[in-house]
Write a protein that binds this ligand. Structure first.
Ligand code: TEU
Length: 557
């Protein structure tokens, strides 16, 4: 049986940076309501909203202090209900972020948990006995420092894989799990259309919390390899599915950092009753720094052959059995056009369209991160004082100042390439003050390139990046071949062109994307008799591929 999300395109809204309606410099729910017609015009079917729950904002809302309340700077529950109703009136579904690998340290469960070892909420979190100065293991936090914080009063450490204000929830506790399910039902009963589940691959921690391998001898080891995809994870997901998800016609999307294809087959397996799809990280982690201590920090461009190999493996691996999420970027990743395309004045538009075409004609559910549809670029910061994201700021201080593993200039290059702040500059609506994002002082400076890159300039121009995304979404909506076709990669060793075929009930699609500034010749057997379905150039030269040219033919063979 077909599912509604199979031919859907999901638009990701990062509320802080989308649209401010009350001029406090921070985007809000009313701002999103005001911009619903824009999302409708683009043609997206679903909005995924990053967290809007009440939060002390240590990590921009990923530290939830009240799961059933709205962050006051974003609005209140009434405005949320209006957003949901108005989106539904327009035929747009709404998916919420669900942050239950950890909560805020201000959340009532943690406040209770800390009171005493016999408090009923104590076991909602992961505590181990210990002594000050002697950490339970070598795990580091994603945001620098150790993954443990000592509580003097209890004589225990609590675990946090992210900031110390984000304690890990204890999934081994059935009461805690039931409390989470109850909260999920509360939102689903309101009528929301699903959840994107934050860090869900990390829920199950290994027995005894053993040390993680630390090949590069970093100050703290990367815990992910031994935490991700824990042995009890499938049973938690099945229970959640049975108790909650299966009772509603909704979509479930797991954020699974570190998950392998074999894991994803279980999580998204059609008859496995866990999740509908996952965000896997393979294609956005293809260039780890050779110095393991530097983790994700580097500025090496990805090799096209590696990118093709990875995406192709997932395409064929989940074909028929599971389902892929398709994304180039999100609120944690650099901007697609800056990372995989070319954000120079000359090639930005053409390469942004090329990337869009490459991704949107794959099999799976495509995600568009706000501003991607305009070809928004990285922020190109050159000074550490410009950064706000705690991951970037902490990494700089730890790696440059404390550990002295990398010099300042090099780390600034790495941050410019990889920092999460690249994705978080405000949405560029028009050429007015602050790009039309806010009349107040934006919480984060607008990228000065808004004078040339903005929505107003593009929404009525079929030739714009926005117009191209509109075309791609329409194409998906009208084509079972695009939604359900099998995938076959062509010429895996070609390091300049990404070409693939799709096939469904005798219909065949040929997709060709030039990832370079060179003019190339490639012959995949396309002829004048084939129908050019979409292209980012105005005319077609069949075998000649101009810089960043991308096109798809319906084959007549
Ligand atoms: O991210 C989880 C995650 O593992 C990484 O993407 C991480 O944020 C980091 O960028 C690794 O370099 C999710 C959210 O998407 C992220 O915004 C949150 O900060 C994080 O969880 C904690 O909730």
């Amino acid at each position: 049986m077909r599912k509604w999300w199979e031919n859907a395109v999901i638009y990701q809204v990062y509320p802080r940076s989308f649209q401010d309606s009350d001029n406090d410099g921070i985007g809000d729910l009313q701002g999103i309501i005001n911009r619903l017609p824009y999302i409708k015009k683009l043609g997206a079917d679903v909005i995924w909203l990053n967290p809007v729950y009440r939060s002390p904002d240590r990590d921009n809302g990923y530290d939830v202090s009240d799961y059933e309340d709205i962050q006051p700077v974003f609005g209140n529950m009434q405005v949320f209900d209006t957003l949901l109703a108005k989106a539904h009136q327009l035929g747009i579904k709404l998916v919420m972020d669900l942050v239950v690998n950890h909560s805020s340290d201000q959340q009532k469960w943690f406040v209770e948990s800390k009171k005493s070892q016999d408090n009923p909420y104590h076991d909602y979190y992961i505590w181990v006995d210990g002594k000050p100065g002697k950490l339970p293991n070598n795990w580091g936090s994603y945001f620098s420092g150790p993954a443990w914080t000592y509580d003097q009063k209890l004589g225990q450490y609590y675990m946090h894989l992210f900031a110390k204000e984000q304690p890990e929830l204890n999934w081994r506790n059935p009461d805690m799990r039931q409390a989470v399910y109850k909260m999920m039902r509360w939102w689903l009963d309101k009528g929301i259309d699903g959840f994107r589940m934050d860090s869900i691959g990390l829920l199950d921690k290994p027995d005894g919390y053993p040390d993680a391998p630390n090949p590069g001898h970093a100050l703290y080891a990367d815990a992910q390899p031994i935490v991700a995809d824990g042995k009890r994870l499938d049973s938690y997901l099945k229970e959640m599915n049975q108790e909650v998800l299966s009772k509603y016609d909704v979509v479930s999307i797991g954020e699974m950092i570190g998950s392998k294809l074999e894991d994803a087959k279980r999580y998204t397996g059609r008859d496995n009753h866990e999740l509908d799809m996952i965000f896997q990280f393979e294609h956005v982690t293809l260039t780890p720094n050779p110095d393991k201590r530097l983790g994700k920090w580097n500025d090496a461009p990805v090799k096209l052959t590696d990118l093709k190999k990875s995406l192709s493996r997932w395409q064929t691996g989940l074909n028929q059995t599971g389902w892929n999420s398709l994304y180039w970027n999100n609120h944690d990743q650099p901007r697609a056009v800056s990372r995989f395309g070319n954000d120079s004045e000359k090639y930005r538009v053409i390469s942004a369209k090329m990337l869009a075409l490459t991704l949107h004609l794959l099999k799976g559910t495509p995600y568009i991160y706000q501003g991607e549809e305009l070809g928004m670029t990285n922020c190109h910061y050159t000074d550490i004082s410009q950064y706000q994201d705690l991951e970037s700021v902490n990494a700089f201080s730890e790696l440059v100042n404390q550990e002295k593993i990398v010099d300042q200039a090099t780390m600034l290059k790495y941050l410019a390439a990889m920092s999460r702040d690249n994705a978080r500059t405000p949405m560029q609506w028009d050429t007015s003050t602050n790009a039309g994002f806010s009349q107040g002082t934006p919480w984060m400076a607008v990228n000065p390139n808004y004078q040339t890159i903005n929505a107003a300039d593009q929404v009525n121009d079929p030739d714009s990046v926005f117009g191209f995304y509109q075309q791609l979404i329409k194409l998906r909506h009208s084509s079972d071949l695009v939604v359900y076709g099998d995938y076959q990669e062509l010429d895996p060793a070609d390091d300049q062109v990404f070409a693939y075929r799709r096939e469904y009930q005798g219909q065949k699609l040929l997709v060709i994307s030039n990832f370079t500034t060179d003019t190339l010749k490639r012959d995949y057997g396309q002829t004048g008799a084939d129908q050019l379905v979409i292209s980012n150039y105005h005319d077609d030269q069949l075998v000649e591929l101009r810089p960043y040219e991308a096109k798809a033919y319906l084959l007549n063979e």
